[in-house]
Structure formats: C-alpha cells, structure tokens
Design a protein around this ligand. Structure first.
Ligand SMILES: CC(C)(COP(=O)(O)OP(=O)(O)OC[C@H]1O[C@@H](n2cnc3c(N)ncnc32)[C@H](O)[C@@H]1OP(=O)(O)O)[C@@H](O)C(=O)NCCC(=O)NCCS
Length: 206
C-alpha cells in the first residue's frame, strides 16, 4: 500500500466516481505555449530520449530502471491502464521539432480525492521559473478539471529547486517518507500537500 497521501479524508462513492470519470476523460492541459497531451505508445522513443539525460531522471525515483525505449513504452502503457481505471495520467509537451520538452505524471487516489504530481522540464527550459508557473497552472487544473480535494508532491531531500518551488507555491511540508524505486532501492523523500480550500484561499489573497 502506498504511504501517500499522508492526509486521508474518505470521499463519498459519488465523489469518487466523479473523479474517476474526470481522469478517464482528461486529454491534456492547455498551456499557452506547448500544450500537453496524453502520452501514447508511439511516443516511447522521444520520451526515452528526453528521460535519458541524468539532469532529468536523476531526481525522479519512479521512472523505469533500466531506462530503454521498451521500458519507457511499458511505463506509458501502465499510465494508460491507470487512466482507464481513473487512477493515473501521463502528459507530454513537445517543441516544434517533435522533441519532448517536459512531462507531467499524475497518480490519483479517488478514495481520498487526492492526486500526486511529478514531472520535469528539459534542461534548456529549466532555471527560468517555467516549472514554477507550469506547476501552478497544473495544480489549478487538478482541482478544477480532476475535481480533487488534495494535492501531494514529493522531492528528494537535496532537491533544492523543487523545495523552493513547492514552498513558494504555498504547499505545506508534511514530513518524510521512504520512496521505493522500481529496482527495489529506496530514497528518502520530503512530502508536501495542499488542500483545495488552502490552495484557493491562498490564490485569492495573492
Ligand atoms: C524542478 C523543476 C520542474 C523546476 O522548474 P524550473 O522552471 O527549472 O524552476 P527554477 O529553477 O527556475 O526555479 C525554482 C526555484 O528554485 C530556485 N533555484 C534555482 N536554482 C537554485 C539553486 N541552485 N539554489 C537555490 N535555489 C535555486 C529558483 O530561484 C526558484 O525559486 P523561487 O520560486 O523562490 O524564485 C525543474 O528544474 C526540473 O525539471 N528539474 C529536474 C527534475 C525534477 O527535479 N523534478 C521534480 C521532481 S518531483
């Protein structure tokens, strides 16, 4: 059983069904530049090339090990299977050459009305706070389009930029957990959470 989310408030069957339905219907996020779309089997090679950079896969614990076009293809299929159950999504963003410039991965727990966001930007897109504005837009979308009540995010204890980003967006540090990589190794992670009420209250005040 997953250690996440740390905050667990059970939702009614009706609200759970609403969230599963929203996840099954989700197709991407309409960013002004490079809107994201669902990852499909044909994206495996481009997504593998993107993930192969250690600046991308290094800080992220749940990517396939070893990375190869085949294991990345399996990862894409697993996320499509999760989408069919209303429990997960994988979105990609592309440049005009068809290369991947970023991805967002969602793990959804309809029973708790909660969703975890993970992802990365290509190194040439990093360091310009595009990740910060993209995460803000994505959290809005998770509450509005997916109808969630709680958003969760985790980061390695030494991932300073992710910590700055999540603290700056008003998420609350909830403690540390042990995250498990697909190869069985572990990593300590800081956990952040924000409720729907806290997110929109903070948005109204800023
Ligand atoms: C994490 C990530 C999405 C952040 O997006 P980004 O657009 O590159 O963000 P930036 O680096 O411009 O800014 C993030 C914050 O870190 C700060 N920062 C950047 N480099 C820093 C450094 N070396 N030391 C301290 N703070 C730093 C920025 O000032 C900013 O803080 P602020 O909002 O208080 O100004 C992106 O860097 C990324 O894809 N990283 C690799 C994968 C990853 O770590 N994913 C998250 C795992 S859950």
């Amino acid at each position: 059983m997953s250690a996440l989310p740390l905050t667990r408030i059970a939702l009614s069957d009706e609200r759970q069904a609403e969230i599963r339905d929203a996840v099954r219907k989700a197709t991407g996020i309409a960013f002004d530049e490079a809107p994201s779309r669902l990852a499909v089997a044909e994206d495996a090679d481009a997504f593998f090339r993107f993930l192969s950079d250690p600046a991308i896969h290094g800080p992220i614990y749940n990517l396939p090990v070893p990375l190869s076009p085949a294991t990345v293809g399996d990862f894409i299929q697993r996320k499509l299977d999760e989408r069919a159950r209303g429990e997960g999504l994988l979105f990609l963003r592309f440049d005009e050459d068809g290369d991947v410039i970023g991805y967002s991965e969602f793990d959804i727990w309809p029973q708790w009305g909660a969703g975890d966001l993970g992802g990365a930007l290509r190194p040439d897109q990093q360091g310009k706070r595009a990740g910060v504005s993209g995460a803000k837009r994505t959290f809005d979308w998770m509450f509005e389009a997916l109808r969630l009540e709680l958003i969760v995010a985790t980061g390695a204890l030494d991932n300073v930029r992710t910590a700055r980003m999540l603290d700056g967006l008003g998420l609350e540090r909830k403690g540390e957990i042990t995250s498990h990589r697909p190869d069985g190794s572990t990593r300590a992670s800081q956990v952040w959470e924000v409720s729907r009420a806290a997110w929109f209250d903070a948005g109204e005040q800023s």
